[in-house]
Design a protein around this ligand. Structure first.
Ligand code: NI
Ligand code: MN
Length: 229
């Protein structure tokens, strides 16, 4: 069994682990950097870190088309149901909790960020996820500032950390290097950058800093490219 993770641009990822297809934060059809359309995605499990449009834009349509199980915080779970997503497919949870999915255990982590939904409804508290896979833990930070909570998340054996580096809405490249020291993952993959001009970053320069100052191996992908764990 192996796990393949594909960057769909911005904070959107597709993962195949064993026979399961996961999608994280589907912002595809309106994303300037997405390499495909949401209609092309296979999805058994859909994970949403918070309510902002650049994380949930295609979530309702994707959940309805695929019948995927959707994992999100309680408020987003309620919103999904109000938008017509099958209530039996929604796993609503909250920060610090975990649930067991057929593809692995999923824990919701804290993030330092906000979380309103596209129609202005309250989106609960922003979060991230640690997904326990046979290859080790995969941490999707979601949108977040650098936070001391990451020291606790680092107690988990992280195979891979997926971190925002775009700055402005999230931590930037320099803070992400400090985050990596707290998290201590084997590998680190950057996201939430180069989607729009205000969050353009030089991922090559970031990777250099990661190699210089941390023990993690940086994995920089182009949108549409994949990394196998
Ligand atoms: Ni956000
Ligand atoms: Mn965002």
């Amino acid at each position: 069994m192996s796990t393949k993770i594909t960057w769909l641009g911005h904070s959107a990822f597709a993962m195949q682990t064993g026979k399961h297809h996961l999608v994280i934060d589907p912002f595809v059809d309106d994303s300037p950097s997405a390499p495909l359309s949401a209609a092309d995605l296979k999805c058994d499990f859909l994970l949403l870190t918070h309510g902002h449009f650049d994380h949930v834009a295609d979530a309702v349509a994707l959940a309805q088309r695929t019948g995927a199980v959707v994992v999100a915080n309680y408020e987003i779970g309620e919103w999904l149901k109000s938008q017509g997503v099958d209530a039996e497919k929604v796993v609503a949870m909250n920060t610090g909790g975990a649930c067991q999915l057929p593809c692995g255990r999923v824990k919701m982590t804290p993030a330092l960020h906000s979380s309103s939904l596209p129609d202005g409804s309250y989106g609960g508290v922003a979060g991230g996820f640690i997904l326990d896979l046979p290859e080790g833990g995969v941490y999707f930070a979601g949108d977040t500032a650098l936070s001391l909570e990451m020291k606790l998340i680092g107690l988990h054996q992280l195979r891979l950390a997926v971190l925002p580096i775009g700055d402005l809405f999230t931590m930037g490249p320099a803070e992400s290097v400090e985050a990596i020291k707290f998290l201590n993952p084997q590998q680190v993959l950057p996201c939430h950058y180069n989607t729009w001009p205000p969050i353009v970053q030089d991922a090559g320069a970031w990777a250099e800093q990661v190699r210089l100052h941390t023990a993690a191996e940086p994995v920089v992908l182009a949108p549409g490219a994949s990394h196998t764990l």
